[in-house]
Design a protein. Structure first.
Length: 173
């Protein structure tokens, strides 16, 4: 059985979650089982609506869960902390049953102190050998970058918002 890979999508630019979803599509197309857990995000986006619907239609191949309330400031609430911990525990419980596990925005959860870095590092180090992981979000800690097989840093070169063009449904969310 091939060794699972650890991929990181990080950086200040757009597209980290979208890139992970491309790999999800590829994995599902090859008949693999995928679990996708979103940290932080709470609002219904096009991708979350799609994943929820697909998970209902294909529960044997896709699991999807959101474990976040949205924007978290410098002083996270107990609820923010509890949801993040619940997300990591959920990841632990699912890891042995899936081919690909996406931890969307886990890097942000770590940078905000919602999760302990040591716990995340331990999870990544001790993942089942065949499981591939994708960790997304700005500011990926160096300790996780060292463990990764592939790291992609997204960088804005030009952005419509800076030109005063509002975010568009279906393109930006």
């Amino acid at each position: 059985m091939p060794r699972g890979l650890i991929l990181v999508n990080t950086g200040p630019g757009k597209g980290k979650t979208t890139a992970a979803l491309g790999v999800v599509t590829r994995a599902l197309g090859h008949g693999q089982k995928v679990a996708f857990i979103q940290f932080i995000k709470s609002q219904a986006t096009g991708e979350s609506q799609f994943l929820e619907e697909l998970a209902r239609e294909r529960p044997d191949s896709l699991f999807y869960a959101r474990r976040g309330q949205g924007f978290v400031g410098q002083n996270p609430s107990q609820s923010d902390l509890d949801l993040a911990r619940e997300g990591l525990e959920l990841a632990r419980s699912l890891a042995g049953d899936y081919d690909l596990l996406v931890l969307d925005e886990i890097n942000v959860a770590l940078s905000l102190g919602l999760l302990e870095l040591g716990e995340a590092v331990e999870f990544v180090r001790n993942k089942p050998p065949a499981l591939s992981l994708i960790l997304t979000g700005r500011g990926c800690p160096a300790e996780l970058i060292v463990l990764a097989d592939t790291v992609t840093e997204m960088k804005d070169v030009k952005h419509a918002l800076r030109a005063g063009i509002p975010a568009r449904r279906g393109v930006d969310f």
